[in-house]
Design a binder for this molecule. Structure first.
Ligand SMILES: C[S@@+](CC[C@H](N)C(=O)[O-])C[C@H]1O[C@@H](n2cnc3c(N)ncnc32)[C@H](O)[C@@H]1O
Length: 229
């Protein structure tokens, strides 16, 4: 998969993209990341990318021209069309289903906003998937872009060592994951459930399934309701 990230702050991505699973995914040639500074695509001699809002009001709005220029130029660099993601708190709220669908694409372009956000024509004049990472407002789209990239890349087949572990993860089966334990068997008086030490794999599977259902009922009954709808 090729992932292009359009941002005013490309330096913010360096450590995140080059550590842990995202680094390994690149080493395995399963993903390539391409960072593009939106400012480089401004026609303005001062490389200005924002301006005051028409009608007045606080803050600055990202102008359409640098972003359209950047999207056109970056799109032309690859040999396939990108699925374009516009990051905005007004978009569809990110969930594991959206992440799964995105992980099947061959090319993604992630467009990060800043300041007061985008000129409306960026949203309406481009074929974009508008995504929010939650009902709160961040300073810019860089952290949301990192969230999406991380969630998507780990689902690309071959990225995680044992893809088996994905199957039981929270949200994969519209359920939360069962409780996990590791050594020591007892810590500050709290014991690992005996069943997990029994070596009886079918009983352990049964226990985990029961715990996953219970945990989901207690914490996220909405997930089970969605399942039965
Ligand atoms: C300060 S926000 C702009 C918010 C905008 N004025 C509004 O009220 O909808 C600046 C940029 O941060 C990003 N952003 C902020 N919160 C976000 C969220 N919850 N999900 C995705 N992107 C977000 C977007 O790219 C947005 O254009």
């Amino acid at each position: 998969m090729r992932i292009d990230i359009l941002t005013l702050f490309p330096e913010m991505f360096h450590d995140v993209l080059n550590e842990s699973i995202l680094r390994i995914a690149q080493e395995k040639n399963l993903v390539t990341f391409h960072l593009h500074n939106i400012r480089d695509y401004s026609n303005d001699k001062h490389k200005c990318v924002d301006d005051k809002p028409y009608g007045g009001g606080a803050g600055m709005v990202l102008k359409p021209e640098p972003i359209f220029n950047a999207v056109d130029a970056v799109e032309a660099q690859g040999d396939s069309v990108s699925k374009k993601i516009l990051l905005t708190p007004q978009g569809n709220k990110l969930n594991q289903k959206i992440v799964e669908n995105l992980s099947e694409e061959t090319r993604l372009m992630v467009i990060c906003g800043h300041y007061e956000g985008f000129d409306e024509r960026i949203r309406s004049g481009m074929n974009v998937l508008e995504i929010s990472i939650g009902d709160y407002v961040l300073t810019g789209g860089e952290i949301p872009a990192m969230v999406i990239v991380d969630a998507v890349v780990r689902l690309i087949p071959g990225v995680l060592g044992g893809d088996r572990s994905l199957q039981s993860e929270s949200f994969m089966n519209k359920m939360l994951e069962y409780p996990q334990y590791t050594r020591p068997a007892e810590f500050r008086g709290m014991r690992v459930p005996e069943i997990l030490k029994s070596g009886n794999h079918s009983k352990i599977k049964e226990w985990r399934k029961k715990k996953a259902v219970l945990r989901t009922q207690e914490r996220r009954p909405d997930l089970l309701e969605k399942e039965t709808q």
